[in-house]
Write a protein that binds this ligand. Structure first.
Ligand code: SAM
Length: 330
């Protein structure tokens, strides 16, 4: 994630007084900083750079290839929405697959649903799982549920091997398609492409649902347009875009320079999801049929829901006019 000293020093002067666009192709012209109190972990896996730091205002922060994946303070807004938007929209979900999501937060949320019997997760990078268990116990608590089965491997290959019609719900909790490293795409690139959505659709039962991380309406309308167009071709049940607020999303660390310990990110404070269903029993995502009651599934280790409720579920599908125009036209 961090860039070399020579590159850093050439950028420091341009970054501090003003904007810093050239190393941020996904959101040029924007910068924001998070103060780093302490670096807790720095490693390089076969797939990406992994960093954990203590921030001064957002608790511990997990960073992959220069992109913030979660902070202790606002992870609930993302994990609860990407999980309960699909699972509360169908009656009695039983088999659920999570692609990515190695931190375990989505597992923690899926486990709140007592109808669920099987929770498979396919995460490409074991280091993310290990680091989450070490530094984010309240997120990694998801792994403690006995229904969870962890597969380490590429989600694309995993899905190809899944028999047709296996899952009631698939949650794609991936990283962004383009990582900070400008010279190669991140491992999640394929998870945003059409062939992947086709495989997802085959792995779902009729009337099954998928929820995928789908970027920010403020920063990535061009990416969202393509995703929506692809989904409309593939998912013959329903195709919807929903969004939530997450203060530190999307989050791109432009650089971390060792002496000052500052991180620079483009933030829009919102992140979206695609919610689609396959042909079969119809799914009306805007009106949850399987409400989850914050107090219904208590678990000491898991804690109560902090963000999701049925009102915010329905509200998540209301879009600002500029985004609605584009998405409805696809
Ligand atoms: N909630 C955060 C967010 O919005 O970005 C966290 C996402 S989670 C940490 C993303 C995970 O997807 C990462 O751990 C990454 O290793 C994993 N991932 C990326 N590409 C993958 C692939 N092709 N198959 C399986 N997992 C993948």
């Amino acid at each position: 994630g961090s860039i070399s000293m020579e590159t850093e020093s050439t950028h420091i002067s341009s970054v501090i007084p003003g904007w810093f666009s050239e190393i941020s192709p996904m959101w040029p012209g924007e910068a924001h900083s998070l103060k780093v109190e302490k670096i807790l972990f720095e490693g390089k896996s076969d797939f990406q750079n992994v960093l954990v730091f203590q921030s001064s205002t957002y608790g511990k922060v997990l960073v992959l290839d220069g992109v913030i994946q979660l902070t202790e303070r606002d992870e609930c807004a993302y994990q609860e929405m990407i999980t309960h938007l699909p699972l509360c929209s169908i009656p009695n979900p039983k088999k659920v697959l999570v692609i990515g999501g190695g931190d375990g937060g989505v597992l923690r949320e899926v486990a709140r649903h007592s109808s669920v019997e099987q929770i498979d997760i396919c995460e490409i990078d074991k280091m993310v799982v290990d680091v989450s268990k070490q530094f984010f116990p309240e997120v990694a608590v998801g792994y403690e549920d006995p229904r969870v089965k962890l597969h380490i491997g590429d989600g694309v290959a995993f899905l190809k091997a899944v028999p047709a019609g296996t899952y009631d719900a698939i949650i794609v909790d991936s990283s962004d398609p383009i990582a900070l490293c400008l010279f190669h795409s991140g491992p999640a690139q394929e998870l945003f492409e059409k062939p992947f959505f086709e495989t997802v659709s085959k792995a779902l039962r009729p009337g099954g649902v998928v929820s995928t991380q789908a970027e920010s309406i403020w920063l990535h309308m061009h990416i969202i347009e393509d995703i929506v167009a692809n989904c409309r071709q593939i998912f013959k049940g329903s195709v919807n875009y929903a969004w939530t607020t997450v203060p530190t999303y999307p989050r791109h660390i432009l650089f971390l320079f060792s002496y000052y310990y500052f991180l620079w990110c483009a933030l829009s404070g919102v992140i979206g999801f695609m919610l689609c269903s396959t042909e079969g029993p119809s799914v009306d995502f805007k009106h949850p049929v399987n409400p989850i009651d914050a107090d219904k599934n208590p678990s000491k280790s898991r804690g109560p829901l902090k963000f999701y409720n049925s009102e915010i579920h329905t509200a998540a599908f209301c879009l600002p006019t500029f985004a609605k125009k584009v998405i409805d036209s696809k």
